[in-house]
Design a protein around this ligand. Sequence first.
Ligand code: B12
Ligand code: SF4
Length: 524
Amino acid sequence: MPSQKDKTSDVILISPITRAYWTYLPFALLYLSSYLESYGISTKIIDLKIRNKERYIDFKNRYIDTVLKSIKESKPLLIGLTCFTSEYNLTMELAQTIKNKTNIPIVVGGVHPTLRPQEFIFPGSPIDFVVIGEGETPLFTLVNVLKNKYSFEKLKSAAYLGNNNKIQVNGVCNVEKDLSKFPMPNYDKIDMNFYVQPCTGHIRTLLLSGVQIITSRGCPYSCNFCANNYLRSKNKDCPSVRYRPIDQIIEELELLVKKYKIDGFYVIDDCFMILKERTVEFCEKLIRKGLNLVWGAETRVNFVTDEKLLRLMKKSGLIQLDFGVESGSPSMLKEINKQQTVKQIEAAFKLCRKVGIRTFANIMFNLPNETEEDVILTEKLLNDIKPSVLGMALTVPLLGTKIYEEYVFPKLTPPEYELYNKSPYYKIVDDRFMLAKHTIDFKKLMAKLRLKYGLFGGISLSPIYLRKLIKSKYLRIYIIKFIKERIKDLIYLFSDIDRVYIHSKIRNLVMPIVQKFRNLKEAN
Ligand code: B12
Ligand code: SF4
């Protein structure tokens, strides 16, 4: 049982301030918390959300106050922070603020610390430990070492400042082989009412009260824009994909329905549907349990080839499949090592349409060495597959990816990690991020494609979906939010029309006149 006395906790885990708007569950912290608590180590998660109309500056003050107050009250043995590359500077800032008030050790884990432990461990750093890789067991060991005052040499998959004032790294990146030993995420530790509210973030663009779930960790592919492969390649002894027991997942969903009244869920596995027999087992058990949930998932086109399987998935509540289509150009698909063909993309979309499953196509522009012809091929592919929902983004060479290693020179310095926070949607925020060879106006291109395929994707007339909404305790919120979403659609529609047509028309009218004036000026 947890050793919770009054308000004290052995470990405090803190969500970064950047995640104040996210409707994605803080899975890393939830899993770490439930594993530690299964061994009687009490934990607290600070996961603050910005309030309606709260100014960011007020939120930031509230966030810092809450963190410091909580540390004072809980008197923890250890404070844990989590960090993507984009969050590096804010994480260091937060750690320093904490260290100015207390001497309690701070550990950081997550993608960036795993990739660059040396950027956290150096003389004078406010961070005391880095956990490298998946954190459950290394964090448990760290807590035990601190509790029992053992030597740091006992730490595993961890880094700290050695006696010589140099970083000491013990062991390799941790990849947990057996996921069955981990209890389900510790949902009670956070404000689940916030997370289960109907929003369009669970199943992209569809209003739904739900959560994300993880059924497996890892991916056997190596797309070179994805950091996954690099993280995994640091530990070659472990299987790339590890699975949670299906019964545990079903039990988790049952609890989420009973306790939080969710209407659906979204599978955020790195690579879902790898093993057909597992997908079948999952769907059959979902049907047998009678939870009547609507669900969506992200997968790869090469896994969607079997009509019977797709029909079973639909029967179990599947409404939408999201695909990383990325490009319609065979040479681009090869360039990014996507290991999928245009034919496979076309076939998967065709099959989904036949069975009646919505499709989400994610497209990446600004791929390495992309030419105008590659973009035209992507436009052509979209015309063929006609996704129910279209997502587009410009490729950003992330730290820990092959494209970062190959194309970004000079490499980013830590203050420059802030570049990852700037909107990557339609703008190249730094010359080093320009990977394409053409000079197409991305903003206009994306506005044009959104007008063609991306509008009103949030509307679904699927009977299982509509039935779910009508019976839901959130029906009133669904109606209000549905109207708000359609107003947003209209605003986007007009701004896209403006970008594609009006802007260019005005430009075409005005520019020759401006040019004439310029010529006149030069002549004088
Ligand atoms: C779901 C997801 C999201 C969700 C958020 C989920 C969440 N609450 O964390 C959303 C959609 C919001 C999101 C956003 C972004 N994401 Co994202 N996301 C993922 C994804 C697919 C899964 C993350 C997850 O929940 N994993 C499950 C948990 C259990 O694993 P985990 O987070 O790795 O945590 C384990 C360890 O890392 C470690 N650990 C983590 N924290 C801590 C803390 C302590 C104290 C300890 C001891 C250990 C520890 O232990 C955990 C348990 O084993 C990953 C891919 C991946 N496989 O990691 C990308 C990924 C993390 N995202 C990535 C990126 C780039 C982003 C964005 C920047 C994208 C963008 N351009 O907007 C934004 C971040 C914006 C910002 N301002 O920071 C990159 C990160 C690369 C990098 N170098 O940082 C990844 C790796 C994908 C990729 N493209 O390569 N993301
Ligand atoms: S399939 Fe997805 S998770 Fe796997 S390497 Fe490619 S982008 Fe990353």
